[in-house]
Design a binder for this molecule. Structure first.
Ligand code: ZN
Length: 233
């Protein structure tokens, strides 16, 4: 029986939904985020706002929500050239991956999260990785997560469970899951305060939240919202 979890929480729609699910499921939940020189600090700001609003609006969950951790991963900027950390435009690379891809980033995130979970005595690592809206990131695959669960458990001699609630959901189903977990209030919280846009746009407000509306992350979020609203009618 698992009673405690560490949620990899970036402040986006996916990880906010994962956090809500963890709060519904586990009595003790902590969060971790990574500061790797993102071009836009809005992601890190969004984390704090979502945590604050969850505490304020969901009194059943508030006592379960423990410490938040932010780990400095500036080193990622030293090993990668990516449009997430540098001022370059989005494009597809020769390998067929978007240039937002940081090789092995998620492997690093999971390893550091496991080390933190070990120290904090947390059993489950919750991450919003997903194969359905697959943007080609090989370190988000289900097989990668299964291999990591084994490697981390063996390598730290601690039985970790990697929980990936969104692995087989599309973006419409992710909105639907948020609604099941926390109703209209949770959906409204995620729309208003979570941040997904690659360009860090907090000026343009759409039905699905803030963003430029045209980057791949905005397009995915907007399409999922439209489909969910269409189906929900
Ligand atoms: Zn955008």
């Amino acid at each position: 029986m698992h009673t405690s979890a560490l949620v990899l929480f970036s402040g986006g729609q996916d990880s906010a939904t994962c956090l809500a699910q963890a709060l519904a499921r586990y009595p003790r939940v902590e969060t971790v985020g990574f500061d790797y020189g993102q071009r836009h600090r809005v992601e890190l700001d969004a984390r704090q706002t979502v945590l604050r609003e969850l505490r304020a609006q969901f009194p059943d969950w508030a006592p379960r929500l423990g410490q938040d951790h932010v780990l400095d991963l500036a080193v990622l900027g030293q090993v990668s050239e990516t449009s997430l950390t540098r001022e370059t435009a989005f494009a597809m690379t020769e390998s067929g991956l978007p240039n937002t891809f940081v090789p092995g980033r998620n492997l690093l995130f999971m390893t550091l999260a496991a080390a933190l979970a070990y120290r904090r005595d947390l059993q489950v690592l919750v991450t919003g990785v997903c194969e359905t809206d697959f943007s080609g990131y090989p370190d988000c695959r289900d097989d990668t997560m299964k291999a990591l669960q084994l490697a981390l458990s063996l390598g730290m001699d601690r039985r970790f469970l990697i929980d990936t609630p969104l692995m087989w959901l599309d973006k419409a189903q992710t909105w639907s899951l948020a609604h099941t977990l926390g109703g209209d209030a949770l959906v409204a919280l995620i729309v208003e305060h979570s941040h997904t846009c690659y360009l860090g746009d907090r000026r343009h407000r759409h039905a699905w939240g803030y963003g430029c509306g045209t980057c791949p992350a905005c397009e995915l979020r907007a399409r999922g919202w439209a489909r969910w609203r269409g189906e929900a009618k």
